[in-house]
Ligand binder design. Structure first.
Ligand code: ADP
Length: 238
């Protein structure tokens, strides 16, 4: 059975149907991208998985359990946003340990986990800094460590690289993927950047006006686009 299942998901805001009959199954440890132009509904799908939006219809299950009606903090999900989402008044270590503290984890255990996480993201010396003292790329690595510290079952990444400059963006692609593989964590990555999606993912979902136009490996999406939209969007149609 698949680890994460989105079944007939729909979301409307008033009369605007933003997500239409969206179906997706994700295997444990898989890295899946939702790729499509701005406004096609990617973030709305992600927010429904996280529990920040309630689907108009449809169901979401994680690890064989239906979570459609659970609150975000009952879903065991880690999330990284575009940028600037760290708590500015907390140190790096306090940011990374935040989720564990909220759960009432003992101090010594938090300190140990924070140390592990800072080593994992390659910033073992920066625990006492504040977010404003870090580069954009370092801030996003800390945001990743914060999301992963409570050992979530699913990691959701919403355009985590889009505010960074090109060089950092490319090196962070590899780092995120290496960390994701090391932990074997099931991941959904939202992006409008086809190169990012095709280079990072096990499979890609190309979205267009709320619909999943094609779900496939990067090779399939690039070489065998299922629709004219997919061909145009991934740049194989001139
Ligand atoms: P994407 O992530 O692909 O850029 P979104 O999921 O953010 O797309 O948005 C899809 C559509 O839903 C857009 O037209 C957006 O304006 C609309 N939308 C998103 N959230 C809301 C909301 N809370 N209320 C009304 N419309 C929304």
């Amino acid at each position: 059975m698949s680890y994460l299942a989105l079944t007939h998901l729909e979301k409307s805001f008033g009369t605007l149907r933003v997500v239409k009959d969206f179906n997706l199954t994700v295997e444990k440890g898989e890295f899946i991208s939702l790729l499509g132009p701005s406004g096609c509904g990617k973030t709305t799908v992600l927010r429904m998985v996280a529990g920040f939006e309630t689907p108009t219809t449809g169901t979401i299950s994680i690890a064989g359990k239906e979570v459609t009606d659970l609150k975000p903090n009952q879903r065991n999900i880690g999330m990284v946003f575009q940028a600037y989402a760290l708590f500015p008044n907390l140190t790096v270590a306090q940011n990374v340990g935040f989720g564990l503290k909220v759960k009432g984890t003992p101090r010594a255990q938090i300190a140990k986990r924070v140390e592990e996480m800072l080593a994992l993201i390659g910033l073992p010396e920066l625990g006492n800094r504040y977010p404003f003292q870090l580069s954009g790329g370092q801030q996003q690595r800390v945001a990743l460590a914060r999301a992963l510290a409570p050992k979530p079952s699913v990691l959701l990444l919403d355009e985590p690289l889009s505010a960074l400059d090109a060089k950092v963006r490319v090196s962070l692609r590899n780092e995120i993927r290496a960390i994701q593989r090391e932990l074997g964590i099931t991941t959904i990555f939202v992006t409008h950047d086809q190169e990012e999606a095709l280079s990072m993912s096990d499979r890609v979902v190309v979205m267009h006006e709320g619909i999943a136009d094609q779900v496939g490996t990067p090779f399939d999406i690039y070489n065998r686009p299922a629709t004219r939209f997919v061909a145009g969007f991934v740049g194989t149609l001139n």
